[in-house]
Design a protein around this ligand. Structure first.
Ligand SMILES: [Fe+2]
Length: 207
């Protein structure tokens, strides 16, 4: 069974003006679609052809060496973008509440301090990658970043960090260049207006 591209959970123009319809069309229909196509092509007719994308991500070292790099990039690209679409929404809550809000205060002191940490992680990621809020099994939050399409789910030996992502911000140029040109920090500031805090809280509760 092949791995499929999920539909966006909202319209292509729903996140404008923070993220334009044009960016969403390219980002979802071209970039994310390419990761899915390339992943299916990489695993086709191999011993991992029937593995779920989660199994591939969690067991990269068991993937045949000849396709491991392609699986790392494209399975990573697929799960990272799937999460990214889910944690964005038009007109969501402006701030987290409940258990997640308490965990943010415990780890960072305030929501603004958390936003600053994510913005710094994203702005200082050289080249392409992601900025993440992750939780450990005990619910402790931290901010990390990864290169390319690596995810903390791949583990520290591969991704350089660990944890379960509850929010991920794409800092590849394809995520912001049409709307912000080279101004990655402006994109990282504006994106807080479209975060789906209810979804982030749900991912935190499911850790
Ligand atoms: Fe992307």
């Amino acid at each position: 069974m092949s791995i499929e591209l999920p539909a966006l959970p909202y319209a292509y123009d729903a996140l404008a003006p923070v993220i334009s319809q044009e960016t969403m069309e390219f980002h979802h229909d071209k970039h994310h679609a390419a990761y899915v196509t390339n992943l299916n092509n990489a695993i086709k007719d191999t011993e991992v052809a029937d593995w779920s994308v989660d199994s591939l991500i969690n067991n990269l070292s068991a993937v045949p060496e000849g396709i491991r790099g392609a699986v790392r990039n494209n399975a990573g690209g697929h799960v990272n973008h799937t999460l990214f679409w889910d944690i964005l929404t038009p007109g969501g809550a402006t701030a987290p509440s409940g258990e997640l809000a308490e965990a943010i205060t415990a780890a960072f002191g305030s929501l603004d301090a958390l936003k600053e940490a994510v913005a710094k992680a994203g702005a200082t990621r050289f080249g392409s990658g992601w900025a993440w809020i992750v939780t450990d099994g005990d619910g402790k939050l931290s901010v990390v970043s990864t290169a390319n399409q690596d995810t903390p789910l791949m583990g520290s030996a591969i991704a350089g960090c660990t944890g379960t992502p509850i929010l991920g911000i794409d800092v590849w140029e394809h995520a912001y260049y049409i709307d912000y040109r080279n101004a990655r920090p402006k994109y990282l500031e504006a994106i807080w207006g479209i975060i789906n805090w209810d979804k982030v809280a749900e991912l935190y509760a499911d850790r």
